[in-house]
Unconditional design. Structure first.
Length: 372
């Protein structure tokens, strides 16, 4: 690695605080600025991580004016993602953003346009593409262990009651990237169209906020250049289940099924009657030594965060995301989950919801150039 240091501003100090020590300890890590609207939180986090006073902000738009910052990492509420991402790019900063990319196909297109105009890099920080489970299965797939893929199924089942007003009633697949990204990552084919059905209903006060009545949505996706059809299910409210962000993969030689209960064990099948539980290995060896510790579940500092508690620290993905983004900036490479991949993943969900709202009519998925 070179000795170039990248200065990064982090907006949002709930989930966002987890990335501070990763960037601080990364070989490319430079100065860290932080931003939150709550002065008390700002100073508590700033003091805990030794952030300089002049690099603490309560105004996002003031932070992105700082000429010393090379990049911005947006970890704010979903309705802010589009506006803050575009503002960062237009300010001449590279931008990473937590999921989803935006809240409409049009907004995703505008982010792609902003990347082209600014010449800056964008990465959606999709945890599901860097969990120990995904990386374990992807390695087996790349080694040919699965044979020919026949079917992939994914789901993200999580009750998000009490997470904040903007979540209430959100259409299930508007926050579908955790379920949809593994499908694309494993299959590596351009999505063609989706057929989706809504099921059940949520209470009227939730349904009227976004005009979405469904408790859950189940979609089937077709793809170009393959006969494999993938299925995905998503729900957010009024359906009881322990959180599960998982996927199952079935091939001619091997199959993988995500555990049904947290810590119960995933299952590998290598024959019609051969099944064994497996523990997916830690992935710290794929990272610079200085940040390897952050793949471990116990490395999560704020275990009160619902996303960590329910998602078990996001499968050790945080240091991988930070490493991919800061390395792309420092070495002038395209991030693996760039603006075209991010738009494809995010808009698969928008199209699925559109299909559900139209009684399951097929909806074509836009081509953003991910596979060109």
């Amino acid at each position: 690695m070179s000795h170039k240091k990248i200065n990064i501003g982090i907006a949002g100090l709930g989930f966002g605080r987890e990335f501070i020590p990763i960037y601080q300890n990364h070989p490319y890590g430079g100065k860290i600025a932080i931003c939150t609207r709550n002065p008390k939180t700002l100073n508590e986090v700033g003091n805990a991580f030794g952030i300089a006073e002049e690099l603490r902000y309560t105004d996002y738009y003031e932070m992105i004016k700082n000429p010393d910052l090379d990049a911005i990492h947006v970890v704010t509420p979903v309705p802010e993602h589009y506006r803050q991402t575009v503002a960062a790019l237009e300010a001449g900063k590279h931008c990473a953003c937590t999921v989803p990319m935006a809240l409409s196909i049009e907004e995703c297109r505008k982010i792609i346009d902003a990347c082209k105009k600014s010449g800056k890099k964008y990465m959606m920080m999709e945890t599901s593409l860097y969990t120990r489970e995904y990386l374990y299965v992807k390695k087996l797939l790349d080694e040919g262990k699965f044979g020919r893929i026949q079917f992939i199924r994914s789901d993200h089942k999580q009750n998000m009651e009490g997470w904040g007003d903007y979540w209430s009633g959100l259409p299930p697949f508007y926050y579908g990237t955790h379920a949809l990204s593994p499908i694309l990552g494993l299959l590596q084919k351009r999505p063609k169209y989706v057929v989706c059905h809504g099921t059940g209903h949520i209470s009227a006060d939730k349904a009227e906020k976004y005009g979405s009545p469904f408790a859950g949505e189940t979609a089937t996706f077709t793809f170009h250049d393959t006969d494999v059809v993938c299925e995905s299910t998503r729900w957010l409210f009024e359906t009881i289940r322990q959180c599960r962000e998982g996927f199952d993969v079935y091939g001619t030689e091997m199959a993988f099924e995500w555990e049904q209960v947290i810590d119960d064990g995933h299952v590998i099948y290598t024959g019609l009657d051969d099944a064994k539980k497996v523990e997916c290995p830690d992935t710290g060896d794929l990272l610079p030594e200085s940040i390897r510790q952050y793949t471990l579940r116990e490395a999560v500092s704020d275990t009160s965060q619902d996303s960590f508690r329910q998602g078990l620290g996001h499968g050790g993905s945080h240091p991988h995301l930070a490493h991919q983004f800061i390395t792309a900036v420092a070495e002038d490479k395209r991030p693996p989950v760039d603006e075209t991949a991010s738009a494809t993943i995010t808009c698969m969900g928008f199209c699925a919801h559109q299909s559900a709202m139209n009684g399951g009519k097929p909806v074509d998925i836009p081509d953003f150039g991910m596979f060109k």
